[in-house]
Design a protein around this ligand. Sequence first.
Ligand code: T4K
Length: 401
Amino acid sequence: MVGVVPVRRRPDGDRVGEMETKLERKMSDPLYIARPILPTLRELEPLLEGIWARRMLTNCGPLHDQLEAALSRHLGVPTAMLFNNGTTALLAALRLHDLPPGSEVITTPLTFAATAHAISWNGLVPVFADVSPDDLTLDPACVQAAITGNTSAILAVHVYGTVCDLDALQDIARSNDLRLIYDAAHAFGCKVFDRAIGSFGDATVFSFHATKLFHTFEGGMITTNKASDRQMIENLRNFGIEDEEEVGSIGINGKMNELQAAIGLLNLPLVEAEHTARARLRQKYEAFLSDLPGITLQPDQAGVTRSEQYFALRIDPDRFGRSRDEICAALREVGIIARKYFHPICTDFKPYRGYPIHSVRDQPTAEKVKSHVLCLPFHGEVSDEAVRKIKGEFLAKSARW
Ligand code: T4K
């Protein structure tokens, strides 16, 4: 079994040195796909003391506002508004645009269920368009093919942190008078030729779930380019309350609390080091995977600064000699828990079974790749030994066949 390094703490709460931690790696713990960054308990203490002293626990307290401002700067967008999780933020981002009830929102089937659910929970109809065989993001040609007179919006996902075809989707949205919303749950910190990922389309949604590079245990955010969206988003996340005597619209409780915000404030400075560690890990994975027949990695994208959220690959069993499921099972046997994100795809789930995937290809790419995709453990505490084990499983192919 290959484990991650449990970050031990000295009795005074400080992190044990990196070197020592690596030496004392516990071999029995499974290695998961994600391992959240965390500040020290000592760093958290003063922020907790402040919360206890103020007794302002939620409803947009001072830590909430501080984190919102810090993220607005970090992400380079004028409107950046926190939510208690990414799914509530998605609900609100769709609601922001007052889409006609029952109208159709085109999205990808290769995503976490939350993307499609947010459409359905808003009384809208998810329409699934196929993904591009090149990078697995929503294929603009398939989006175009899925448009009807009842289409009101596109909800595109920067899946695994791979940036969608921004120009093509914007052109389609503009020429068909559709709102364009991005689910950037995997794309925190992504930039496209130095432009922040949260500044494209009509709104962008982030997830700050524990499994994300930047997290607040649970959390989320909507960003938009328009400062004028602020009030409307504020209403959406706070029950539609206008003042003590008026509720002006049907809002939800989407507020992030002070504990979440405290974690976010302490985690934000840790993001850069974690990002760098993941970029190094990516290079180690790429070094043995890039030339293997039947293995496809997510492409490098010109001008894109990667989010380093996931390390996704595709395994074509005919060319590679072993299937994704065989590799996944073999890794599990040695304690390495890779994940088949996003298999099953949304159209395999009960609520969406029977929904077609609009494609310009005879067999939708999403149907084909769903049994090929695999995400490897991807975080700063994946040891070289674990990388060697993973490499061993991929290279064992020739020995077994
Ligand atoms: N849109 C997209 C495209 C998304 O991917 C997501 C969420 C959303 C929207 C919705 O955002 P949120 O409402 O969640 O903010 C996980 C996450 O729960 C989910 O946030 C994420 N996407 C999805 C891709 O993955 P699971 O069921 O795979 O997570 P789980 O609990 O199996 O965790 C994976 C591994 O991470 C575990 O094996 C161990 C490790 N882990 C997990 C947690 C929760 C930790 O080490 N610590 C932890 O606290 O869904």
